[in-house]
Design a protein around this ligand. Structure first.
Ligand code: NOJ
Ligand code: NOJ
Length: 580
């Protein structure tokens, strides 16, 4: 009893000390972060030399060379700026925002290696800072960019509509949004490179932000009287929501980041998707993987735990202790280190969850989220806990403390200048890779907002129902470019597996990973024992494939001969197999 009491007091005191240290760090660091972010934006940012008006330089670094503008980074950075402007925090930001809009209007029209504005060019990931095309080899296309840009622009548009500026929005913002959303509606079912520019497949972050963009795009079009666009966006949003479910790995309790890539699939991709699709009106809805949903919380724990023993700086700290986290455990870029924006995303997801639990006055523990909650109280069981219960208080206090713990890690490895690079060393926390990464600074600002209890926007996630059958066809076969000549083929195989074992697909085409046994496509077990995956393949083509199973690092191929079939000329196709 006395021991428990002392432990409680000690815990309370150390949590309080951490909370006030984190508050004071963030008070200072958020000022540095805002200045650091603005310094990287043209034309007048002090570290943005060469960047034209409204262009966000990813980082003023020549090694690695980040003096380019990425559609993704720029949209995430401007979303943070726009939200701050819309909350009335700083009216002077309007100038930069209008410059960003003008720059994107130009950038959308620049022909580039992914195509022209009407043939897939919107999927180009990065441009030179004078807005000319970057023509070197790169992982392209990346299909999250247009969706993220649409979301940023819609947020700005909505704030202007609230200020009775609808005609301005219709003339200056809607045309850009429409181009991006038409691209998303036409191409969401096509593969592309993930947000880390490495894996060419479908990716959870990309699909999740596409879903959000289409939903809020339908509402935005309605508000502007653009009714012709509404039905298409709504129909495709439902299809995307359906596809989004397929990333969930039910046997291991996490969201698999990519359909390809041959990795564990544990990835900051999924926490980033949760925070950038947060909608407090949706509660803890799992269909949209809200930050407090059981699936997103379970996934967050699996992701965080994957870094405990691999980074020296974590000194194998056990759960629920906070640790440094990176993009994904297998990462080797610059040696594969923790990233500030990844560690901050963990904190932000937890702060978002706390906002919702407090607003709804209760918290729900399901069998899916039980392991997450048991980190904080081993005695907790499945059930709903009202805010008047001791369990609610115990859990939310411990979770707030864990969230602050992740910020405390970032604080520990922030140099005295307050500047933030992309990575910090896995062995000693020293800064690595690009210096002054604009996205790192934005990640501080959005986490501070969530820690202060300011909720994200209502983008229409509340009450969505996942359609019972999924269609995987986009609106256009060629209007967005890059999609003509491919058909969506769904592979379904009935296979009995043991816990921890997964089924993969490999075969005789690039999109089937060219028979690679290591870089293969993982199937979804959402309808176990039927495993499935949908892959875009060249139309009217004879192909061969096999399923493989991987368990404890051991790969087992299906017996010979290869499965063979010919893809249809257009539309979609389903193959139904039994493991042999
Ligand atoms: C550069 C990309 O920006 C980065 O995400 C990736 O890890 C490396 N290329 C891989 O070489
Ligand atoms: C590499 C990251 O993997 C990618 O997400 C980012 O867009 C670029 N660096 C630029 O910051």
């Amino acid at each position: 009893m006395r021991f428990l009491l002392l432990t409680g007091l000690w815990f309370g005191a150390s949590a309080w000390a951490q909370s006030s240290a984190v508050s004071s760090y963030l008070a200072t660091e958020s000022v540095i972060a805002k200045a650091g972010l603005l310094a990287n934006i043209g034309p007048s940012g002090s570290k943005a030399s060469g960047a034209v008006s409204g262009v966000v330089v990813a980082a003023p670094s020549t090694n690695p060379d980040y003096i380019f503008t990425w559609t993704r980074d720029s949209a995430l950075v401007f979303k943070a700026i726009i939200d701050s402007f819309a909350r009335g925090e700083d009216a002077t930001l309007r100038t930069s925002i209008d410059q960003y809009v003008a720059a994107q209007k130009i950038q959308q029209q620049v022909s580039n290696p992914s195509g022209t504005v009407s043939s897939g060019g919107l999927g180009e990931p990065k441009f030179n800072v004078d807005l000319s095309a970057f023509t070197g080899a790169w992982g392209r296309p990346q299909r999250d960019g247009p969706a993220l840009r649409a979301t940023a622009l819609i947020s700005y548009g909505n704030s202007l509509i609230s200020a009775s500026n609808t005609s301005y929005v219709l003339a200056n913002i809607w045309p850009l949004v429409k181009l991006d959303l038409d691209y998303v509606a036409a191409n969401w079912n096509q593969t592309g490179f993930d947000l880390w520019e490495e894996v060419n497949s479908s990716s959870f972050f990309t699909t999740a932000v596409q879903h959000r963009a289409l939903r809020q795009g339908a509402a935005f079009a309605t508000a502007l009287g653009q009714t012709a666009s509404v039905a298409g966006y709504t129909t495709q949003a439902a299809n995307v929501l359906c596809f989004l479910q397929s990333y969930w790995n039910p046997s291991q309790g996490y969201i698999t980041a990519n359909t390809g890539g041959g990795r564990s699939g544990k990835d900051a991709n999924t926490a980033l998707a949760s925070i950038h699709t947060f909608d407090p009106t949706a509660g803890c809805d799992a269909a949209t993987f809200q930050p407090c949903s059981d699936k997103a919380l379970s996934s967050l724990k699996v992701y965080v735990d994957s870094f405990r023993s691999i980074y020296t700086v974590n000194s194998a700290v056990a759960s629920p202790g906070a640790v440094a986290t990176g993009r994904y455990p297998e990462d080797s870029y610059f040696g594969g280190n923790p990233w500030y924006l990844a560690t901050m995303a963990v904190a932000e997801q937890l702060y978002d969850a706390l906002i919702v639990w407090k607003a709804q006055g209760s918290l729900n523990v399901t069998s899916t989220s039980l392991a997450f909650f048991q980190q904080f109280s081993s005695a907790v069981t499945v059930g709903t806990y009202a805010s008047t219960t001791a369990t609610f208080t115990t859990l939310t206090t411990a979770i707030a403390n864990q969230a602050d713990g992740f910020v405390a890690i970032v604080q520990e490895f922030t140099p005295s200048t307050g500047s933030l690079s992309e990575q910090y060393s896995r062995s000693n926390g020293a800064q690595l890779s690009a210096n002054d990464l604009t996205w790192s600074y934005a990640s501080i600002l959005t986490a501070v907002t969530a820690r202060n209890g300011l909720a994200g926007d209502n983008w229409g996630a509340a009450g969505l129902v996942v359609p019972s059958s999924c269609s995987t066809s986009g609106t256009g076969s060629s209007s967005g470019g890059g999609s003509s000549g491919t058909v969506a083929v769904t592979f379904k195989v009935t296979a009995t597996t043991t816990f921890g074992e997964n089924i993969y697909l490999t075969g005789s085409d690039d999109a089937l990973e060219d028979w690679s046994p290591t870089s293969t496509l993982i199937l979804s077990a959402a309808t176990y024992p039927v495993w499935s995956i949908t892959v875009n393949l060249p139309a009217s083509t004879a192909l061969q494939y096999k399923y493989i199973r991987i368990f404890n690092g051991v790969t087992t191929w299906e017996s010979d001969p290869n499965n063979a079939f010919t893809t249809v000329a257009s539309g979609t196709q389903t193959l139904t197999d039994t493991w042999r």
